[in-house]
Design a protein around this ligand. Structure first.
Ligand code: NAD
Length: 448
């Protein structure tokens, strides 16, 4: 049963596929592969551009579907649907630009080719069901692969609709198939089926480890986008007003259910009290409520179980202040700021994946770098300072894949995205994403 997390009302029922159904879909994709691979580059590009246009024609429908299924505020959901369109459109340029190299060698010529892998399995989480799906399927399809995609159990609706829109665009049957199912059943079958040549997985680090171990059996390629516990580092020389004004959105966007959430705020000790004073009104001003209201900034959490898990982190924690949240039905939680005390606290170390942030002071630049890197994760982070040299030094020293200076934004489809350490393996997005869906073949032609 698919539930609206803002109302707790059922939306619809979606059947979970069996292993046999997964096998049938994978085999159908494998059959569709040769024709898709061999399609003239311009024709594959044209089909992807048409897909982007059809998504654009259904933007509002997709946004409303996501709002109902995931509880995302309508403004966010519209951005997400638009991101799907833009990502497909961006990678539609790939088929006509899938360049190899000509490498100078003695005795002949040497050229390289980028060849698609075959069937790619994309497994996505529930927090951003639409964009994360597109970051996988768009570059994979563009490089000439067929894709089987499994949405997360609670949020299958937009992915299923996107598959219908692909078919409506003229993308041949079997090239892009979405199959709702359980992780250990359908997701695991993608990993174990020999016809699936690559897995692109986004989700928790715990499941990511299992996926990688499963892929090892067949030396299956995998890209992993996993958890995070990112630091927002604010130096005394920063524009404190704007850093404090920006900090809530950097962690409470999508109710904190964001792998890039800056859930550890590090503030230089000389300004930490002033920063906390400036942060309080910004946190209390976050509008939490009806996702259909265009003024809403934060919706509910995805489920009762997840809300209870997040709330468990507040037991015994030192709460500085919190914002508001609606009473009544829906899995609501107010945005909450904790005063960090020790870096061994589980609130400081673990990915809470809810609207909870901890603030901890640091002494100097070296201390800030040490604390920012004292994490198993390394996905994103921010540095606020007016000192350009410091911005350069700290952004090079922090071990994370996506950093922003005097900004909190991490994701742009034009630039690579992915994690250091236990936040992942490989990169998505950016100009080279399709390369991760190809093998590089080298051919030498003798001049004899
Ligand atoms: P999850 O790991 O529980 O599930 C992710 C997906 O994997 C789901 O589709 C699930 O059905 C599937 N799955 C579960 N067990 C499986 C198995 N044994 N074999 C194959 N597939 C299996 O994660 P979640 O709770 O849906 O999402 C939250 C997590 O995702 C957070 O840790 C978050 O940080 C992470 N995430 C990372 C990124 C990133 O880009 N780095 C982006 C978004 C979310």
């Amino acid at each position: 049963m698919v539930i609206n997390p803002a109302t707790e009302e059922p939306i619809t029922e979606v059947a979970m596929a069996t292993v046999e159904e997964a096998d049938a879909v994978i085999e159908q994709a494998a059959k569709a592969f040769p024709a898709w691979r061999d399609l003239a580059p311009g024709d594959r590009a044209a089909l992807l551009r048409r897909f982007a246009t059809v998504v654009d024609d259904h933007l509002e429908e997709l946004a409303r579907l996501e709002m109902a299924n995931s509880g995302h505020p309508i403004g966010n959901a519209r951005w997400e649907a638009g991101n799907v369109r833009d990502v497909i459109d961006y990678y539609a340029a790939v088929p006509e630009r899938l360049f190899g190299k000509q490498i100078p060698v003695p005795g002949g010529i040497d050229v390289t080719f980028r060849e698609p892998l075959g069937v790619v399995g994309v497994i996505v989480p529930w927090n951003f069901p639409m964009p994360i799906a597109a970051w996988g399927f768009a570059p994979a399809l563009a490089a000439g692969n067929c894709v089987v995609l499994k949405p997360a159990e609670p949020t299958p609706l937009t992915a299923l609709r996107l598959a219908e829109l692909a078919e409506e665009s003229g993308i041949p049957r079997g090239v892009f198939t979405v199959l709702a199912g359980e992780g250990p059943v359908v997701g695991n079958r993608f990993v174990s089926h020999p016809l699936v040549r690559k897995i692109t997985f986004t989700g928790s680090t715990a499941v990511g480890r299992k996926i990688m171990a499963g892929c090892a059996d067949q030396l299956k390629r995998c890209t992993l986008e996993l958890g995070g516990k990112s630091a927002n580092v604010i130096f005394a020389d920063a524009d404190l007003e704007s850093a404090a004004a920006a900090a809530p959105a950097a962690v409470f966007d999508n109710s904190g259910q964001d792998c890039c959430a800056r859930s550890r705020i590090l503030v230089q000790s000389s300004v930490v009290e002033r920063f906390l004073e400036l942060l309080e009104p910004a946190v209390k001003a976050v509008t939490v409520g009806d996702p259909a209201d265009p003024g809403t900034q934060m919706g509910p959490l995805i489920s009762a179980a997840h809300r209870d898990r997040v709330a468990g982190y507040l037991d015994g924690a030192d709460i500085a202040y919190s914002g508001r949240a609606p009473a009544g039905p829906g899995y609501w939680m107010p945005p909450t700021v904790l005063l960090g005390s020790a870096t061994i606290d589980r609130t400081w170390r673990e990915e809470i994946f809810g609207p909870v942030v901890s603030v901890l002071p640091f002494a100097d630049e070296a201390d800030a770098i040490r604390l920012a890197n004292d994490s198993d994760y390394g996905l994103s982070g921010s540095i606020f300072t007016r000192d350009l040299g410091r911005a350069l030094r700290v952004s090079r020293a922090v071990q994370a894949g996506n950093l922003s200076v005097n900004s909190n934004s991490s994701v742009r489809y034009w630039t690579p995205f992915g994690g250091y350490k236990q936040s992942g393996l490989g990169r998505e997005l950016g100009p080279d994403a399709s390369d991760a869906y190809t093998e590089e073949k080298n051919v030498f032609f003798s001049d004899k």
